[in-house]
Design a protein around this ligand. Structure first.
Ligand code: V47
Length: 377
């Protein structure tokens, strides 16, 4: 933590006191932090909280990302991944092709498979139930983190059933958790501008609440650095914090810096490193009830993600493999990292690497075999 005089000069003396006392910051205080020119002063506060929560630990996961299709009816302006059906670059994997991707990695000690796609006009829920069951059969110990709240809502519309019923059916088929995507920024103004046909912010929060009520944990994201104001970023964080007060279902928050290439967002310049670190730090400070903040190296670059571990983040995410959403929008990071590389990045940043599963349960290594500390299926 920097000396009190630094915070007095910045008008943040009371904020510093509240952080030290573990008191909740209000929106106006969050806004002043997001607007503060002294990055290190904000970062030091976030690092204090991160250290109080996690000590010297930084988490990582050995995972696999699979995109089943990029065909999507939503047409979000910020997305370089999605295509209309039949257009160049559109793809759609069959269940067998997805299973082949799972089989190809059976030799890797993966604990999480992250599966998402676009809102496809006619892929049926039954197909996804079969997919989850088949993956479970092939790879029984793995955790399945699949389908954003936006996809869940889309399946419900296609089937003419409730989102709760969709969640229940997928849960019965083996779904463990929902990833945090599709949240973007909840502001109706921003959604009208960038993704008018997508599920609303309130809709996203409703589906996630239902998931939490059914015992399905989720992550949450915020896509920042496009057209949103700092106030809108803060309101997004506040909405997540209020829902978490009620449900306690969020595991991890992932701030996603907007990658502007090949998108339809006009005059988008992309974020700066300072803006990314400050947003990660403020997320840590505002989201006092969400245990983990992820530095997602795919969007941040590996080097900035490593630095972010000193600005409030306690997780570097994973080995990933075959990421498409960020890279099609110009992300300049690698396609995959190995466990050895992740551990080296964490150690060199001054932290102790701990392998986790999607719930942040520690993965124990026993004679070269990966066994979960608990909950092995
Ligand atoms: O929902 C789309 C975002 C998300 C762009 O839960 C973009 O563990 C930047 O949610 N620039 C998908 N971002 C990624 C995601 C995620 C990733 C890793 C881990 C987890 C988790 C979740 O990517 C989308 C959208 O918000 N996105 N386009 C873009 N141009």
């Amino acid at each position: 933590m920097l000396p009190p005089s630094v915070y007095e000069r910045l008008g943040l003396a009371r904020v510093r006191e509240k952080v030290l006392a573990g008191e909740r910051l209000n929106l106006e205080e969050g806004l002043r932090l997001l607007d503060c020119p002294d990055l290190l002063a904000v970062g030091a506060l976030a690092h204090h909280v991160r250290t109080r929560l996690h000590g010297p630990t930084t988490y990582y996961v050995v995972n696999q990302h699979i995109n089943y299709s990029n065909v999507c009816v939503n047409g979000c302006r910020f997305c370089a991944f999605a295509r209309e059906r039949g257009r160049p670059g559109a793809f759609e994997l069959s269940v067998e092709e997805i299973l082949q991707k799972v089989r190809e990695r059976l030799h890797d000690p993966i604990t999480e498979i992250h599966i998402v796609g676009g809102c496809h006009p006619d892929l049926r829920l039954e197909t996804f139930e079969r997919l989850l069951r088949e993956i479970r059969r092939i790879r029984p110990g793995v955790r399945l983190k699949a389908f954003t709240a936006v996809e869940i809502d889309h399946f419900a519309r296609l089937e003419g059933i409730s989102t709760r019923a969709v969640l229940q059916r997928l849960q019965a088929a083996g779904l463990d958790m929902l990833p945090g995507g599709g949240a973007e920024v909840f502001s109706p103004r921003i959604r009208r501008l960038l993704c008018p046909d997508k599920l609303s912010g309130d809709g996203w929060l409703r589906v996630v609440r239902e998931a939490h009520e059914l015992g399905i944990k989720t992550n949450a994201t915020m896509l920042f650095g496009h057209k949103e104001t700092l106030e809108e970023r803060l309101e997004h964080l506040d909405a997540l914090r209020r829902l978490q007060d009620e449900t306690d279902g969020f595991v991890c928050f992932i701030p996603l810096p907007f990658q502007p290439h090949n998108t339809k967002v006009e005059d988008a310049r992309g974020t700066t490193g300072v803006e990314e670190l400050r947003t990660i730090a403020v997320s840590r400070l505002m989201l006092d009830n969400i245990p983990h903040i992820k530095a997602y190296w795919v969007m941040l670059t590996v080097k900035l993600a490593q630095v972010a571990l000193h600005f409030g983040a306690d997780d570097l995410d994973g080995t990933v493999v075959e990421e498409k959403i960020g890279h099609m929008a110009g992300a300049e990071s690698e396609q995959a990292l190995t466990r050895t590389e992740l551990e080296r990045l964490i150690r060199e940043a001054g932290f102790e690497p701990v392998e986790r599963d999607c719930f942040f349960e520690k993965v124990q290594k026993v004679q070269g075999e990966m066994l979960k500390a608990k909950g092995q299926r």
